[in-house]
Write a protein that binds this ligand. Sequence first.
Ligand code: IPE
Ligand code: IPE
Ligand code: MG
Length: 252
Amino acid sequence: MNANETLIELPSDLCPQKMPHHVAVIMDGNGRWAKRRGLPRIVGHQRGVDTLKELLRCCDDWGIKVLTAYAFSTENWGRPSHEVEFLLTLFERVLRRELAEMMRKNVRIRFLGDLKALPPSLQAEIAHAMEETRNNQGIQFNVATNYGSRQEIVQACKQIALKVKRGEIDVEDIDEQLFENHLYTQGISPPDLLIRTSGEMRLSNFLLWQMAYSEIYVTPTLWPDFDREEFHRALLSYQQRERRFGRIKEDD
Ligand code: IPE
Ligand code: IPE
Ligand code: MG
């Protein structure tokens, strides 16, 4: 979307000036969604993809510039191998299938995480999608895949330590900005709003550094049922928050 286009169907109770720039989502509850219907967990993951597609479309329509979705954590390798394999194959298939649509919608896709540990065929698909969409000017869509905040922070420390060791930087040069430049999210402003579905009140190793001041919204709705109305509710809640960043209101 460009600045001259009007926002499509932005609900009238949402203030266009107070929309979050960056929304992050922990897409949780696929397994429970399927289980409640007597279906295998993987069906929940399949439905979850549709939810994500719809959310991306909605963010684009409503003028949100960055969407980051947690697709696979460094801890998710601990699930049964058939589920892990299903998920990794699903990502590959969806990426291949959706690339043309992402190009049409001007989406710039980026993957966050330790991508080298992913199957080579998925890595190739990821590299292709990032390269193809690199110059797109529309919504930035980040997919955290084999992502874990602790791993991200440790690899940043290692990169920085190596630069100090080689004499490329001094210890005194290390500040928050330099540190951020070594995270997977380099160049991406921190999330303004985090949404977690399925009612769990935890971060599960997601963007720990980046979410120091994000507003958190948790809904009991399971991810496959998360729709525009739910997103609308999350945004309404966000717009009622007072983001103080440790300060106090001027008239207090
Ligand atoms: C989230 O749904 C998707 C991934 C973690 C890949 P879950 O698979 O965690 O679903 P629940 O939490 O077991 O219901
Ligand atoms: C978080 O969900 C990871 C993703 C959504 C990819 P989990 O289902 O893995 O988190 P826990 O185990 O409930 O903390
Ligand atoms: Mg879960």
